[in-house]
Design a protein around this ligand. Structure first.
Ligand code: ZN
Length: 234
């Protein structure tokens, strides 16, 4: 199934609206009230991959994937709140989800999975950056868990990001491999967004820029809202 990506004008308009709203909220000095929660409403669970002693992939200049993931996730949470979408963030700082003394990647992933399952009607978006031994590989790719809802959210998100930010990228959204622990253990709609390659100098420069991070966050939110419109019947 092909989803119509949102146009560049709509993205620019969305970013303009977000900027104005952010300024207004700053001036008012208060947080946006979240919309009334209905029994059917979803919780957007935002997971900035890695954190703490696990930095994830490293850019040639030492940039840590975990830091980029967190920066984008915080922006996505801000956008979610502006749109009155119930949400939760798996980590809000540079930390892992299990104690440093007995840290293991597996335990960290188990903890993250449990946190997703604890949310009410969760829809899971995991944020990561890609890495490849050669510098040429670039662009974004969305991986989705099994199930129609995951595939729908994954394809919408992938096509919107590629259309707006990586128009020459030929990658396609793909189902998750079994080795991806969280995506293969969740029953709820779940996707993982590889926002770009930290091993690609051009991608890395973009991924470090707050405006590019905001664009990614806005596109993820637009895709989430498009997904809800397509799939949720209240
Ligand atoms: Zn990662």
């Amino acid at each position: 199934m092909v989803y119509k990506p949102i146009g560049k004008r709509r993205i620019l308009l969305l970013l303009l609206v977000l900027t104005v709203l952010s300024a207004l909220l700053f001036l008012l000095g208060r947080k946006q009230e979240t919309a009334a929660v209905s029994a059917n409403s979803k919780t957007l669970v935002i997971d900035p991959g890695h954190g703490g002693i696990d930095s994830g992939a490293l850019g040639a200049d030492g940039t840590r994937e975990s830091d980029i993931n967190l920066a984008i996730a915080l922006k996505l949470r801000a956008v979610a709140e502006l749109y009155g979408q119930e949400n939760t963030l798996i980590r809000q700082d540079d930390s892992s989800k299990c104690d440093t003394e007995d840290y293991s990647e597996h335990r960290d992933l188990e903890c993250r999975t449990a946190l997703v399952c604890a949310a009410r009607n969760p829809v899971y978006i995991s944020i990561h950056q890609n890495h490849f031994p050669t510098a040429q590989a670039g662009g974004a790719q969305v991986i989705y868990a099994s199930g129609t809802d995951s595939e729908t959210l994954g394809r919408i998100t992938h096509e919107n990001i590629i259309h707006a930010l990586y128009p020459h990228c030929r990658r396609v959204a793909e189902p998750a491999a079994k080795k991806l622990y969280i995506l293969s253990h969740l029953q709820c709609p779940a996707i993982l967004v590889e926002c770009g390659f930290v091993s690609n100098p051009s991608d890395l420069e973009n991924l470090k820029r707050p405006t590019f991070q905001t664009s990614l966050a806005a596109l993820m939110m637009a895709s989430y809202l498009q997904y809800l419109q397509n799939t949720v019947r209240i």
